[in-house]
Design a protein around this ligand. Structure first.
Ligand SMILES: C[S@@+](CC[C@H](N)C(=O)[O-])C[C@H]1O[C@@H](n2cnc3c(N)ncnc32)[C@H](O)[C@@H]1O
Length: 227
């Protein structure tokens, strides 16, 4: 395949530039990232990058989302970013298996002014998703939890997203390891998901080489699919 490659390696200097000019600097989320590093240093790499937080808020606004489901809250950076893009009566239902993170995230949800828009469901996300109404009622979903379950989350969520609604999937390039993943690894699970999503005719999708890779998928309706 002879296509030109235009992606730019993101050096620390370029990342600072991107955060500054992309209006991603955010004292509250930066403080939350510091508190997360201090509390759970071994897990702090899971915190959403600032530029991705800006993107989530932007996309929630752009799609005029009101009803959002998130899979994988951790200490709440993405939850805050999504909730900030909703109207006052909008809601983010977020799934998190580890209740330890709730105490950490709660004051930041309050300070961000979005606590009343967020409904945290503690437990395995698949159980929570299966308890949701089956009809297509979601405007936006964000998938960012255990990689081997990505296909399961997708299969629960695609039918529940309204036509024109948006699915956002994080880590879809998984540090670049998806190109030739070792069998049985998280990268292999993400690659299997990427193959699954690519073949799914219920959506149109685009992959962004942003942060660790982000897949955006728009739910099609029957009319879109006939064209
Ligand atoms: C990558 S982190 C999410 C990061 C978060 N979106 C943020 O902005 O900081 C993934 C989270 O998914 C949670 N998780 C893992 N397996 C899960 C499951 N089966 N159900 C629900 N949450 C799960 C983990 O405890 C972790 O907090």
């Amino acid at each position: 395949m002879s296509v030109s490659v235009k992606a730019i390696a993101c050096t620390p200097g370029l990342h600072r530039y991107l955060v500054h000019h992309g209006r991603a600097a955010d004292p509250l989320l930066e403080e939350l990232a510091r508190v997360t590093r201090a509390a759970v240093p071994e897990l702090a790499h899971m915190t959403l990058p600032l530029e991705e937080a800006t993107l989530l808020t932007f996309l929630a606004n752009l799609t005029a989302a009101r009803t959002v489901v998130e899979v994988g809250m951790f200490t709440g950076s993405s939850t805050i970013a999504l909730a900030r893009g909703l109207p006052a009566d909008g809601r983010v239902l977020t799934c998190e298996i580890d209740s330890r993170f709730l105490e950490l995230s709660a004051p930041y949800l309050e300070r961000a002014g979005v606590a009343d828009r967020v409904d945290v469901r503690v437990g395995p996300a698949l159980t929570t998703l299966r308890s949701l109404p089956p009809a297509p009622h979601l405007d936006l979903v964000f998938i960012d939890a255990d990689k081997p379950s990505y296909i399961g989350y997708w299969e629960e969520l695609v039918p529940r997203v309204r036509p024109g609604g948006l699915l956002i999937v994080d880590n879809s390039l998984f540090s670049g390891e998806v190109v030739s993943p070792e069998p049985g690894t998280k990268a292999a699970a993400v690659h299997a998901f990427n193959e699954h999503a690519r073949a799914d005719e219920r959506v149109e999708l685009v992959m962004l080489n942003v942060a660790d890779g982000i897949t955006l998928a728009r739910r099609l309706d029957e009319q879109d699919r006939e064209e």
